[in-house]
Write a protein that binds this ligand. Sequence first.
Ligand code: C2E
Ligand code: MG
Ligand code: MG
Ligand code: MG
Length: 278
Amino acid sequence: HVKSEARGHVRVYESKTDQLIHDRWALQADLGHALRNGELSLHFQPQAEINGRIFGFEALMRWTHPTRGPISPDDFIPLAEESNLILDMSAWILTEACRTAASWTQPLTVAVNLSPIQFQHSELPRLIRQTLVDTGLRPSRLELEITESVLLGDFAHIVSMLRRIKAMGVRIAMDDFGTGYSSLSYLQAFPFDKIKIDKSFIQSIGRTEQAMTIIRAVIGLCRGLGIPVIAEGVETEEQRSFLAQEHCPEIQGYIVGRPAPIRVYGQIVDRLDPARTR
Ligand code: C2E
Ligand code: MG
Ligand code: MG
Ligand code: MG
């Protein structure tokens, strides 16, 4: 009896696993057509000074599957990275983001996420330069976000690519700061233009004293090093006021605005008052 029950469990488990693997394959195959079929789009999420003034947007990729509906980037980006589809998708989003930002009347910044896979190809700096030329976006208005996973490759080579990109006048931000293994050592290895404190810390504000101590320390560290810092995933007034009290200069999160098609933010990017320079 026990034996057959155990077998039954194994069978159920295997069929679920098979289903998951099948889903992954099917999804990956569908992703192969997504770009051609116009299923990919771009959302923009505002980034603001602590006083609420919006100075830029992060571009975030969206995939609407024809039958399954919206799929989270946390699910499809890894599939795209496994299959190298990420290269075409990233080139597309970079062009789209720069072209959109170049069309705004206000000189706001645009931040684009880069994948570690893009750094395995030495033409990345050339792609960025060419995209800036093609879209006419001023390099200083583009910020590229990398996570620690980018730096886990051939470190010297990646740092030299980052330096070439930075030399164009494009800014480089460290995303999801604090979640990796040796985030602090990277601050010494490369002059990042911005640090983005990961939203997991922000979401622990008011819940765990440790997270608040870490946020305080990261803000102090960045101030000491002269690196601008932004808090990600700010949702509540409690979180915002804690960050204000700790003199965190910039925030991004639902409290400022959700990722949305750029038309939602049309009045901000195309305000008619004289452009303020930053
Ligand atoms: P990320 O770059 O750290 O982006 C921030 C994520 O936090 C976004 O999730 C955003 O929608 C979400 N977020 C922003 N504010 C809040 C908030 O107040 N509360 C909560 N709970 N979440 C908030 P999203 O759009 O699902 O993207 C997830 C990740 O997928 C991104 O994390 C990034 O690593 C990756 N990703 C998205 N678009 C691209 C892309 O074009 N290229 C690459 N390589 N990766 C991308
Ligand atoms: Mg990001
Ligand atoms: Mg992040
Ligand atoms: Mg992330």
